[in-house]
Design a protein around this ligand. Sequence first.
Ligand code: ZN
Length: 285
Amino acid sequence: MSDATEPDDDVVLYETRDAVAIVTMHRPQYRNAQNARMTYALEAAFTRAVQDDAVKVIVLAGSGPHFSAGHDIGTPGRDIHRSFPRVATSWYEHEGRELAEATFVREQELYLGMCRRWRDLPKPTIAMVQGACVAGGLMLAWACDLIVAADDAFFADPVVKMGIPGVEYFAHPFAMSPRMAKEMLFLGEKLDAARAYAIGMVNRVVPRDALEAETLAVAERIAKMPRFGLALAKKAVNQAEDRMGLRDAMDAAYGLHHLAHAHNALSSPDHLAGQDAKSMAKSLK
Ligand code: ZN
């Protein structure tokens, strides 16, 4: 069921400022928890920005005090059993499927598949992060090329509490050192912006009230570079990351992730081990 207070078209906002497209997650009342409607709207917005010749750089933002609290695991607009019209696709519909197949197919398309497509968009992307950037929020920030963080931003992947070995887009040992990745996963605690910068996970930390201006200033400087040069530079780095093992590591981790979902579904009330947004938020330190 979708939430009657949320019209269909406003969970993602889209605007352009000169050569910069700003794509904004817009469910601030739910800390921008990502339901499927938002994920498909993000896909449509990114596609629009890629197809618009006037756009050179894409900024991904979140409305309100938080970037994103993660995937929607408990708002009235939660819609995990629904499919939506697609811009692109690599998997069949999950709607109407059951058990492990439903979860595997849905997350392959909606989480891993889309984050990979967004990571490989042929235009530079910048995540502009304030407040919470948790679990599914982390995936979106990592799929972007640069991350500019406000000094109040924090990053966490607490899903080991659900018995799950990290979010679907398993970039942890590439976004930071393997040892830090283990700390993030084992403790499930918040990594503040200063520490995220110290370990090289974010590019800049700026005062909260300067976040938008600083991010747009970086975007505008990038936009002065030639379009094709930017696309090739991005591809060169992404290819290098894939040859370092990113893509294979993610595929391997995705199998473990779904072993955990299946184990949870067999041993607890649901594939999330009975956890919900409240229980997860309560334990986040
Ligand atoms: Zn999952």
